[in-house]
Design a protein around this ligand. Structure first.
Ligand code: URA
Length: 211
């Protein structure tokens, strides 16, 4: 389903797994596995319209022309730390993708995104970059990450998250109107601490057991 540049993934498997992740008593192991599985399903969706080209192949019985993915190579760009939770699932589907790591943390006072690490392949301009972070909350991290990618040459970017707040979507679309969003849910609002409500809590803490 598409509305205003947001691709809402309503697939029953995604919705079911997301509800399991939201449950406060879900184990760290369970949370991590589910995020990985949803990463795989979201990868399927975000690559749905990649162009194909017909190439010559030979089956054991006959030559034929078969479709293969054409054009741009993929780069997955997780925002550290929680974005890494999607990565294995995505790489399971596209094992040859490159990875750009983007280290940002949220200043707890200002909620602004502060960069502490950036390492990406050289040729970002030739690649489709899939930027990923489970939570699109204030939008500060996603906006900063997209700006960084663009400053290093990326021209074709898609953003994938698990949950989005309306505030995050509008900030991101305001700053990066050229980048479409894929999400499994749009929740009600942000609370005073910048957390998504009802949300699922702090995705990084729940993945890594740091709280
Ligand atoms: N980051 C999270 O992990 N959770 C939120 O609700 C908002 C930002």
């Amino acid at each position: 389903m598409t509305a205003d540049g947001v691709n809402l993934i309503t697939h029953p498997l995604v919705q079911h797994k997301l509800s399991l992740m939201r449950e406060k008593d879900r184990s760290i192991k369970g949370f991590r596995e589910l995020l990985n599985e949803i990463g795989m399903l979201l990868c399927y969706e975000v690559t749905r319209d990649l162009p194909l080209e017909l190439v010559d192949i030979e089956t054991p019985l006959a030559p034929m022309k078969g479709p293969k993915i054409a054009g741009k190579k993929l780069t997955f760009a997780p925002i550290l730390r929680a974005g890494v939770g999607f990565l294995d699932g995505m790489l399971a589907l596209v094992p040859s993708a490159r990875v750009a790591h983007i280290g940002l943390y949220r200043d707890p006072e200002t909620l602004q995104a502060i960069e502490y690490y950036f390492k990406a392949p050289q040729d970002l301009s030739d690649r489709l970059v899939v930027l990923m972070d489970p939570m699109l909350a204030t939008g500060n991290s996603a906006c900063a990450a997209a700006t960084l990618l663009k400053s290093r040459g990326a021209r074709d970017i898609r953003f994938v998250c698990l949950l989005a707040a309306p505030e995050g979507i509008s900030r991101f679309q305001h700053q990066h109107a050229d980048i479409p969003i894929w999400t499994a849910a749009i929740d009600e609002r942000l609370n005073d601490h910048g957390y998504i409500v009802p949300g699922l809590g702090d995705a990084g803490d729940r993945m890594f057991g740091t709280k």
